[in-house]
Design a binder for this molecule. Structure first.
Ligand code: SF4
Length: 217
């Protein structure tokens, strides 16, 4: 990867998705944090379906901290890992009430210390919730970064994040993160990417997938 290629990618993403945004529906930073925690190993669409009713019943940190686990589970049982997620949501909310006056902290260290909150969730909350530059790497970002040559195929998520932050200007981290997700979700999909229409085909490393797609009628 070099500056010129990086710019080509960014220009193309600007052309395709000038207004990419976080698709998780939320009213405030706390609800964003809950939605991102729920989104592990499932789709934003499914999360939005469950948070519609979940946020009516438990709209804020205080109500979630006092939630009955079994009742909480009934609201999120259509998504993966729901038992664990319910436990983490309640515990995370209790910690916010007990240690942070019910506010979501805006420091990486504090966020990462919350139950069920990892690096990806922290990065999304920092960038989307607090407008602090961060680059979250989810499954789409990882796949696109590797296909386009920002990282090697066997690179870890940490390496992908480090490389993206190295090649892309800090002021664009949040925007590019959303654009990568849109590109991965709607264009360069895992199984059926739109290689025939892709303007980056010459620099794409996934030759096998390209051949497969180009040979299709
Ligand atoms: S050529 Fe296909 S696999 Fe490669 S980036 Fe474009 S859409 Fe994705």
């Amino acid at each position: 990867m070099n500056k010129e290629k990086t710019q080509r990618v960014l220009d193309y993403l600007d052309e395709l998705y000038p207004d990419a945004y976080c698709e998780l529906i939320h009213d405030d930073v706390y609800q964003l944090l809950v939605a991102v925690m729920l989104s592990a190993q499932t789709t934003d669409k499914k999360v939005n379906l469950v948070t519609k009713d979940l946020f009516k019943r438990f709209p804020d940190v205080e109500s979630m901290a006092q939630a009955d686990i079994k009742e909480l589970e009934t609201y999120i049982k259509t998504i993966g890992l729901y038992r664990n997620k319910a436990k983490n949501l309640k515990r995370m909310s209790e910690v916010l009430v007990e240690q942070y006056h019910g506010e979501v902290p805006c420091s990486r260290k504090a966020l990462e210390s919350l139950p069920g909150v990892g690096r990806k969730t922290t990065n999304v909350v920092l960038s989307v919730g607090f407008h602090i530059p961060a680059f979250a790497v989810d499954t789409h970002v990882e796949r696109i970064a590797k296909r386009l040559g920002f990282a090697k195929n066997d690179a870890s998520v940490e390496t992908v994040e480090r490389n993206m932050k190295r090649y892309i200007d800090r002021s664009r981290w949040t925007k590019t993160h959303h654009q990568f997700i849109f590109f991965g979700r709607y264009f360069c999909k895992a199984i059926n990417p739109s290689c025939k229409q892709c303007k980056l085909i010459d620099m794409c490393k996934d030759k096998e997938k390209q051949q497969q797609m180009l040979n299709r009628k």
